[in-house]
Design a protein around this ligand. Structure first.
Ligand SMILES: *[C@@H]1O[C@H](CO)[C@@H](O)[C@H](O)[C@H]1NC(C)=O
Ligand SMILES: *[C@@H]1O[C@H](CO)[C@@H](O)[C@H](O)[C@H]1NC(C)=O
Length: 134
């Protein structure tokens, strides 16, 4: 019992250390590298001595970091494509459960617009219904 508690404490502490060192912006897009190890530990590969997005990762809109498509590894929401979040700090998932995953996982479609349109349509029918009665 006690031993496993100590082990989990050590794991926790270790996780925090890797997290801080991995989060200092080094090894991100276009950073110089000699091997994949010089780039951030997921989402990047060392290609021609610069860190580039790994397969299933794409540059974000500012071209600064590589973000993962749906079902890719992540730590924070910012590591996932727009419309996705980092579930349990492990894997990118679309924010809305009804999202359609498009473009090989690089797009979470089906935002609230569809829902808003339905609500608007309902409202419009109700209003026109009221007017017909009057
Ligand atoms: C990385 O390189 C690409 C292509 O040269 C460029 O468009 C992008 O802005 C660069 N990003 C950073 C963060 O330097
Ligand atoms: C919702 O998605 C549609 C296309 O599917 C897009 O045109 C629209 O800009 C999106 N709206 C928001 C708020 O993201």
């Amino acid at each position: 019992m006690k031993r496993s508690l100590i082990i989990s404490l050590i794991v926790l502490v270790n996780n925090n250390i890797t997290r801080t060192t991995a989060d200092d912006g080094e090894g991100e897009l276009n950073a110089s590298c000699n091997s994949d190890k010089d780039c951030r530990y997921f989402g990047y590969l060392c290609k021609q001595n610069t860190c580039q997005c790994d397969q299933w990762y794409i540059p974000d809109k500012d071209n600064k970091i590589c973000v993962g498509g749906v079902d890719q590894k992540c730590l924070y929401d910012e590591h996932c494509i727009d419309g996705a979040y980092c579930m349990n700090q492990v894997i990118c998932k679309c924010k809305r459960d009804k999202s359609h995953i498009l473009d090989q996982g690089f797009v979470c479609a089906g935002n609230s617009t569809a829902h808003q349109i339905t609500v608007l349509l309902l409202l419009a029918t109700t209003i026109s219904g009221i007017f017909t009665i009057i």
